[in-house]
Structures are given as C-alpha cells and as structure tokens.
Write a protein that binds this ligand. Structure first.
Ligand SMILES: C[C@@H](O)C(=O)SC[C@H](NC(=O)CC[C@H](N)C(=O)O)C(=O)NCC(=O)O
Ligand code: NI
Length: 146
C-alpha cells in the first residue's frame, strides 16, 4: 500500500493557492475539473516532492473546491498536515512577512504551526536537530495549544 494524498475542502481557490503555493511554496501538480460533479480538485506537492508526485510517487494535498457553496463545520477529528523545512526560523519569517499568523512559534527551534485560510492546521518541523533558541521566536506568544 502507498500513501497518496490528504484531501481538504476549500472555500476559495485563489485564496487557497495564494496560501498553499504563494506563501507556503507548494507546487500545483494536477487539476481535475468535473462539470458533472460541479467541483475542482487541485493536487499540490511540496517542492522537493514535485517530480515524484507527478508520477504519484510522493504524497500530496488534494484541495477540493465545490462550485456550489457549502458550510464545512466540525472536523475536529482532523488534525494537521505536516511538512519538514530546512530552516524553521527562515520559513516562519517568510510566512510572517507574507501576513501569515504563526499560531505556534518555533520557540524550541523545532516545531511551528500555522493555519490555512480554511483553518486547516499545518505543522512545520525543522529538518534534523532543533535550531538553537533565537529571538524573536523564543519570546513570541504561543496562541496554539502547546
Ligand atoms: C481524485 C480522487 O483523489 C478523489 O478523491 S475523488 C473523490 C470524490 N470527490 C468528490 O466527489 C469531490 C466533490 C465532493 N462534493 C466532495 O466534496 O467530496 C469523493 O468521493 N468525495 C467524497 C469524500 O468524502 O471524499
Ligand atoms: Ni482523493
């Protein structure tokens, strides 16, 4: 068995692509429009996974946009999407400069959390060992749960 993707439903394509691609740096690998089903599917891969994802050999996020507006409630059982980054501080700084709230700052030099425009939680983990504590991260308020 092979893990293929995680699907999340989105409210707005432009808003979501600005966040996932423009800010988080994911790459659009495939898009499926269904006139019959009245929905659009957009498959996104992390930049390091892009080539393998094109051959369905790397996990992706599948954004589902229903053309007819729906309210997406609940979903507390869904946790988060997780990505490994080369430099947690540089990544969070770039996201913060682009207007993304760092809900859980990388005070430990290792883990940070942000949220998508639809409130999907995204975990960012430092590749390898934790970075040394550094400002402003060490003293930033943590609006996340831990
Ligand atoms: C392409 C493959 O990866 C899919 O996931 S298609 C699955 C299919 N998706 C839809 O019908 C999208 C529109 C639908 N209104 C929805 O919001 O899901 C499907 O069976 N979806 C049901 C589900 O629970 O995922
Ligand atoms: Ni799917």
């Amino acid at each position: 068995m092979q893990y293929l993707h995680t699907m999340v439903r989105i409210r707005d394509i432009d808003e979501s692509l600005d966040f996932y691609c423009g800010k988080l740096g994911l790459k659009e690998v495939r898009r499926i429009e269904s006139e019959k089903g009245r929905f659009t599917l957009i498959f996104l891969a992390a930049d390091e996974d892009e080539q393998r994802a094109e051959a369905d050999k790397a996990p992706m996020v599948e954004l589902t946009y229903n053309w007819d507006p729906e309210e997406y409630q609940g979903g507390r059982n869904f946790g988060h999407l997780a990505y490994r980054v080369d430099d947690i501080y540089a990544t969070c700084q770039k996201l913060m400069d682009a207007g993304v709230t760092i809900n859980r700052p990388p005070r430990d030099g290792y883990m940070a959390f942000i949220k998508s425009p639809d409130g999907i939680s995204i975990e960012l983990l430092q590749k390898g060992d934790a970075r040394d504590p550094a400002e402003p991260w060490a003293s930033m308020e943590n609006t996340g749960s831990w």
